[in-house]
Design a protein around this ligand. Structure first.
Ligand SMILES: Cc1cc2nc3c(=O)[nH]c(=O)nc-3n(C[C@H](O)[C@H](O)[C@H](O)COP(=O)(O)OP(=O)(O)OC[C@H]3O[C@@H](n4cnc5c(N)ncnc54)[C@H](O)[C@@H]3O)c2cc1C
Length: 507
């Protein structure tokens, strides 16, 4: 065998990615990092005439693993994308109006005797204690005080484990990854795909572009957005519609000038129909209103969005429309859909980019050769379905577990049937406050607890083993934990100071 070219005959030698939004460039960058483009050519086709959705500014902590995999230097990336830090999401008016709670990225307190801390806290409520849940979580407390630090080297302190994500400009992030990918040998073609030709067996044969070129590959990645140009329009793979559980199908987004305070968290404020996001970046504020067009018109929606903006609007409103749900098979024959083409659940918990990241990692695990083994494809699709359906359930919980009755929209959500998987989870929690994270589902017990409790679901009791610790001892531990958080907070600068002194100064 020639040692300089040890690639098997069946190896994939050419990959085409259609679409240059965040999904396309995240996929291109990750593939180019792992695959030598001299062995396997990677071409990304995007149309600057069509453009991208230009949203997707809030992330969850897993994005850091993706950037680390690429070897991206975090300060450099934050400066290039106008990025800021995010410690969680504040949900305002979801349980009822004039109420808010936080879903922070960190845990609460310290688990004791192998039992989650929150079980002790639930018991304390029954004994008349009403300590604020957030006072046990450094990320949540820092967020509410507009402070931020990366982990500090302080032994046995929550400061050493600060967990965080980012807010950034989605268009700049795609551009950043584009530069990264091109430097690693990815070829970019700016043209519109006008025709997708299939072979007799249904595999994609080639793409025809509006500049007259024809491009063929072994593997096609469809990152063409909601329409699913290859996976749906050409291959008719099918779509599972979840609109009856998540009725919001529209959004209008518009930037505004930067705010005086740089909140290190996303604000998600429920309205009479749907909800509004507020995302502070270094240079501007991202605003958007997610709504259901059967309950409110586009004109009313944009009016509401602009009325609630805290700073002066910039540019024009950007309207987006979708059907909530997922592609029946994200991987069909020689085509893998990644990003909006694979499915979409609304951005309430900032999971869009995570779904892209997890799809890419799954593709790596099950990367095909030209034989395209059906077992690999089936495994990929089963894991993809699990990933998105559990996220779907988590989002539905925010709508279902509401006490709001001030509009037809909330009355529908409160009374709607929900998936069995979610109903089982809610029943289990209601009985004894127990939550089980299933397999590799994205959100852990703490995230589920934050939202179950935040939305006002009260368990009938707490974990019975908590009673084995004497009450005084338990309350003593809890008081010390709160003290630790209060002391730790004193060492954390404001988010703005951190951006000015650490991020901007690193330029
Ligand atoms: C309202 C809203 C808010 C969101 N907020 C968040 C958030 O806060 N956090 C988060 O993680 N996710 C969020 N998301 C999801 C996130 O925006 C997307 O997952 C992400 O932007 C990926 O989009 P995409 O690349 O799949 O599609 P797009 O951005 O639509 O890109 C599609 C690409 O395909 C190209 N294309 C299409 N047709 C053709 C053709 N015929 N020929 C050539 N090229 C073509 C386009 O030019 C474009 O480059 C949000 C989504 C929406 C709708």
């Amino acid at each position: 065998m020639n040692k300089n070219n040890s690639m098997s005959k069946a190896s994939i030698k050419k990959i085409i990615i259609v679409g240059g939004g965040t999904a396309g460039w995240m996929t291109a960058a990750a593939l180019a990092k792992v695959i030598k483009t001299t062995n396997c050519a990677i071409t990304l086709i995007e149309s600057s005439d069509i453009g991208t959705v230009s949203v997707g500014e809030a992330t969850i902590p897993q994005i850091r693993e993706f950037n680390q995999m690429l070897g991206i230097e975090e300060n450099d990336f934050l400066n290039a994308t106008n990025g800021t830090f995010k410690l969680g999401i504040e949900f305002i008016n979801w349980k009822k109006t004039d109420h808010s709670y936080m879903h922070p990225f960190g845990g609460y307190g310290i688990n004791m005797e192998g039992i989650q801390f929150y079980q002790y806290w639930l018991k304390s409520l029954q004994y008349g204690e009403n300590s604020d849940l957030l006072s046990y979580c450094l990320e949540g407390t820092a967020a509410k005080n507009d402070r931020f630090t990366r982990p500090l080297n302080v032994a046995n302190s929550p400061l050493s484990t600060m967990n965080y994500a980012f807010h950034f400009d989605a268009t700049l992030y795609a551009q950043y990854l584009r530069k990264y990918s091109l430097a690693k040998g990815v070829e970019r073609v700016d043209a519109k795909v006008t025709k997708v030709t299939l072979k007799k067996d249904g595999f994609i044969d080639k793409l025809t572009l509006d500049n007259g070129e024809e491009h063929g590959a072994d593997l096609y990645i469809d990152c063409s957005g909601f329409k699913g140009l290859l996976i749906e329009q050409a291959m008719h793979t099918g779509f599972e519609d979840w609109s009856h559980w998540l009725p919001c199908n529209r959004a209008v987004a518009q930037a505004s000038e930067k705010a005086a305070t740089l909140n290190p968290y996303t604000k998600a404020t429920a309205q009479a129909v749907g909800w509004q996001w507020h995302i502070p970046l270094q240079s501007r504020t991202g605003n958007g209103y997610v709504y259901a067009d059967s309950y409110i018109s586009d004109d009313e929606a944009v009016h509401l969005l602009q009325k609630n903006m805290k700073t002066k609007a910039i540019g024009e409103p950007n309207f987006l429309r979708w059907t909530t749900g997922k592609r029946r098979k994200a991987w069909n024959k020689n085509c893998v859909a990644i990003g909006l083409s694979a499915g979409f659940v609304e951005p309430l918990e900032s999971t869009g980019l995570h779904l892209i990241q997890s799809a890419i990692l799954r593709l790596f695990s099950l990367f095909p050769d030209k034989n395209f083994h059906q077992t690999d494809i089936d495994a990929y699709n089963a894991h993809t379905d699990f990933d998105i359906t559990r996220i779907r359930d988590f989002i539905i919980l925010h709508y279902k577990a509401t006490q709001r009755d001030d509009s037809d929209f909330w009355n529908y959500c409160r009374n709607m049937e929900i998936p069995q998987t979610l109903s089982d989870k809610m029943k289990l929690y209601q009985a004894n406050g127990r939550i089980f994270r299933e397999n590799s589902e994205l959100f852990n017990e703490i995230s589920w607890f934050s939202v179950l409790h935040g939305q006002g679901i009260k368990p009938d009791s707490y974990h019975p083993m908590v009673d084995h610790m004497p009450l005084d001892e338990m309350l003593g531990h809890m008081a010390r934990m709160r003290g630790t958080i209060t002391e730790s907070l004193k060492r954390i600068p404001s988010h703005k100071e951190y951006i000015d002194n650490v991020i901007l100064k690193s330029k």
